[in-house]
Design a protein around this ligand. Structure first.
Ligand SMILES: Cc1cc2nc3c(=O)[nH]c(=O)nc-3n(C[C@H](O)[C@H](O)[C@H](O)COP(=O)(O)OP(=O)(O)OC[C@H]3O[C@@H](n4cnc5c(N)ncnc54)[C@H](O)[C@@H]3O)c2cc1C
Length: 427
C-alpha cells in the first residue's frame, strides 16, 4: 500500500494516515500521530501565513481539562503569554425601556484555568510544527472524489473538516433533535485598548450579560496575533436588536454598531470597552450555527469507510464555549484508539467504537448547550440561575461546571435532580 515506510531504526511497517482539515482536531491528532511514528498526510485549505493573517474563527475559550490534554501532548505553547481568566460573572437585566431596572448578577471564582488563544495564532503555529516534524501537508480544498482517493491510499482517513461541506458525507443522527435553523445569530470582535481597572473585581473575568429579548453578550480575555486582547461575542435572538449583522459590515462599522449595542444593553461593559479598537482587519466574525449530530462513518468509493471527527460530526451554538474543548478531547481519544489498534485494520466497527468512546463524554456538552439555547429556557435552568444570584455556592458550582458539562447531568439537566438540589437552598 502506498504511504508506508520503515519506522525509524526498525524494520516495522508504519501505517499511513490521512487527515483532512487543519483545525484544533485535525492538527492535534496529526501532531500526536507523528510523535508516535505514524506517517501522516494532512490536507489543509490554508497555509500558516494565510491562517495567521486571515479572519478570526472562534472565541476558543479552553477550560482546564482540555488545556491539560494539550499540555500533555506538548502543544501548550502559550502558557506564559495567554491570560488566565480567574472568574465568571453573569448578569441579567430586563430594562424593557426602564434603564433603572435592577441588574441581577453573580460572580464566582474559577477553580481551574481558562484561556483563549486565537486559533489564528495556535493553528498557524501547529501547522508549522507539523511540517517541521516531518508531517506531509498538502494545501487544497478536498472534494468527495478526493476523499475516495485519500481513503484508497491510506490505512485510515479522518475527516476533521469542521462545519465545511464534507460533513454532508455523514448521515444525521436522528436520535438528536433536528433544528431547521440556528438558535442564535453570532457576531464577535477582537479588540484592544480595554480599560482593565485593578479596582474592578470582575476585570479579567469571563463575563456574560443576558438581556431578553436581545440575547447575550459574552466578553473574555485572549491572546491574539499582536498580543493580549479582549473578545466580545454577541449571541443574538432572532429578530432582536442583536440580530443586526446580516449585511456583514466591515470590522470598523461592525465595532461601531457593537459599541452602540453595549451602550444601551450592557452599559457597564460599554464603560470598559468604549475606548477599545479592533485589533486588525480580520478581527470580526459573523455567522450562525445550526446544531447537528451526525453518524461517525461515511462510505466512499463503494464501501470504503472514513471516520469523522469533532465539528465535522457534532456542532452546537458557541454560547457554552465547548466545541474546541471537544475537538481537543476528540484528538486525544482518537489518538489513543489508533495506538491501541496496533496492526489490526481500522475497520468500520473500530471507527464506531472510537467515536463512541469520545462521544460518551462529549454528548453531555452537546446536551448542556441544547439546554442553554432552548426557547423558552427550561424551568430548572431559570431556577438554578436565580438561586445562583442569591447563593454563592450555587453560583460557584454552575460557573465551574463549564469545564466539564457532564457534571451538570444530575443537578441541572434533570428537573427532579435540580429541584432536589435547590431544595437545600430554600428560605
Ligand atoms: C463565534 C464562535 C465562537 C466559539 N467559541 C468557542 C469557545 O469559546 N470555546 C470552544 O471550545 N469552542 C468555541 N467555538 C467552537 C470551536 O471554534 C469549534 O468547535 C472548533 O474550532 C472545532 O474544531 P475542528 O477542528 O473540529 O473544526 P475547525 O476548527 O472548523 O477546523 C476545520 C478545518 O478544516 C478545514 N476544511 C474544511 N473543509 C475542508 C476541505 N474540504 N478540504 C480541506 N480542509 C477543509 C477548514 O479550513 C478548517 O481549517 C466557537 C465557534 C464560533 C463560530
Amino acid at each position: 500500500m502506498p504511504g508506508r515506510r520503515g519506522r525509524s531504526g526498525t524494520e516495522d511497517e508504519v501505517r499511513g494516515i490521512a487527515i483532512v482539515g487543519a483545525g484544533q482536531a485535525g492538527l492535534q491528532l496529526g501532531l500526536g500521530l507523528l510523535e508516535a511514528g505514524y506517517e501522516v498526510t494532512l490536507v489543509a485549505e490554508r497555509r500558516p501565513e494565510e491562517v495567521r493573517g486571515g479572519r478570526v474563527t472562534s472565541t476558543q475559550l479552553m477550560f482546564g481539562p482540555a488545556l491539560r490534554v494539550e499540555r500533555a501532548a506538548g502543544l501548550a505553547l502559550w502558557d506564559d503569554t495567554a491570560p488566565v481568566m480567574p472568574g465568571f460573572e453573569l448578569s441579567h437585566w430586563e430594562p424593557q425601556g426602564q434603564p433603572d431596572a435592577p441588574v441581577h448578577r453573580f460572580a464566582a471564582p474559577l477553580d481551574d484555568e481558562v484561556r483563549s488563544v486565537d486559533q489564528r495564532v495556535k493553528l498557524a503555529a501547529w501547522l508549522e510544527l507539523f511540517e517541521e516534524r516531518g508531517g506531509r501537508a498538502e494545501y487544497r480544498s478536498v472534494d468527495p472524489a478526493d476523499v475516495a482517493d485519500l481513503a484508497a491510499a491510506h490505512d485510515l482517513t479522518v475527516l476533521a473538516t469542521g462545519r465545511g461541506q464534507l460533513s454532508g458525507l455523514f448521515e444525521h443522527d436522528m436520535s438528536w433533535p433536528a433544528h431547521d435553523r440556528p438558535p442564535r445569530t453570532l457576531a464577535c470582535f477582537y479588540v484592544h485598548g480595554v480599560a482593565h481597572d485593578d479596582s474592578d473585581p470582575a476585570a479579567g473575568y469571563v463575563r456574560t450579560t443576558g438581556v431578553p429579548p436581545a440575547g447575550d453578550v459574552i466578553v473574555m480575555r485572549a491572546l491574539t496575533v499582536g498580543g493580549p486582547c479582549d473578545i466580545v461575542l454577541f449571541e443574538g435572538r432572532w429578530d432582536g436588536v442583536y440580530d443586526c449583522w446580516g449585511d456583514r459590515p466591515d470590522v470598523a462599522e461592525g465595532w461601531r454598531r457593537a459599541l452602540e449595542l453595549l451602550r444601551t444593553h450592557a452599559p457597564w461593559e460599554y464603560e470598559r470597552f468604549r475606548h477599545a479598537e479592533p485589533t486588525d482587519p480580520g478581527a470580526a466574525l459573523y455567522g450562525a450555527i445550526t446544531p447537528t449530530v451526525r453518524l461517525p462513518v461515511a462510505h466512499v468509493d463503494g464501501d470504503r469507510p472514513v471516520l469523522g471527527m469533532a465539528d465535522a460530526l457534532a456542532v452546537h451554538d458557541p454560547i457554552t464555549g465547548q466545541g474546541a474543548n471537544n475537538a481537543a478531547r476528540a484528538a486525544a481519544s482518537y489518538l489513543g484508539a489508533v495506538l491501541e489498534r496496533g496492526d489490526l485494520p481500522f475497520d468500520e466497527r473500530w471507527m464506531r467504537e472510537t467515536f463512541g468512546a469520545y462521544w460518551e463524554n462529549a454528548r453531555h456538552t452537546h446536551a448542556f448547550t441544547e439546554f442553554m439555547v432552548r426557547e423558552p429556557q427550561p424551568e430548572q435552568v431559570r431556577l438554578v440561575i436565580e438561586a445562583a444570584f442569591a447563593h454563592p455556592e450555587v453560583a460557584h458550582r454552575f460557573a465551574n461546571g463549564y469545564a466539564d458539562p457532564s457534571t451538570y447531568r444530575e443537578w441541572l439537566l434533570d428537573p427532579d435532580g435540580a429541584a432536589a438540589y435547590l431544595a437545600g437552598f430554600a428560605k
